[in-house]
Design a protein around this ligand. Sequence first.
Ligand SMILES: Cc1cc2nc3c(=O)[nH]c(=O)nc-3n(C[C@H](O)[C@H](O)[C@H](O)COP(=O)(O)O)c2cc1C
Length: 91
Amino acid sequence: MSGPPLKSLALRTLQHIYQRTGNSLPLIGCGGIVTGKDAVDYARAGATLIQLYTSFAYDGFGKARQIKDEILRELDGRKWSEVIGEEFKAK
Ligand SMILES: Cc1cc2nc3c(=O)[nH]c(=O)nc-3n(C[C@H](O)[C@H](O)[C@H](O)COP(=O)(O)O)c2cc1C
């Protein structure tokens, strides 16, 4: 399985791992990332970095720039490092 159907499962898995490892390991979020919002969802769940495959394969070389621009809009002036694991810090 790859692409968007994978996102909820992969996010849940990342959340479990982040809750158990905290900031002690860099975690790479991967699975169904198509938009900047998807990428930031992974950061908020604990991803230090993200990786994509399927959306890059379908949408081509411009995908990295598109997601980077969308991430900047999603972050609205904040830094990526500030949102890592944010959904747990807010609790
Ligand atoms: C055609 C294809 C080949 C892949 N080859 C590998 C591989 O060699 N090693 C690996 O660890 N993951 C491989 N993956 C998994 C991807 O790296 C990624 O974890 C998975 O596709 C989920 O991300 P995505 O939704 O962005 O595609 C492959 C995925 C696809 C679709």
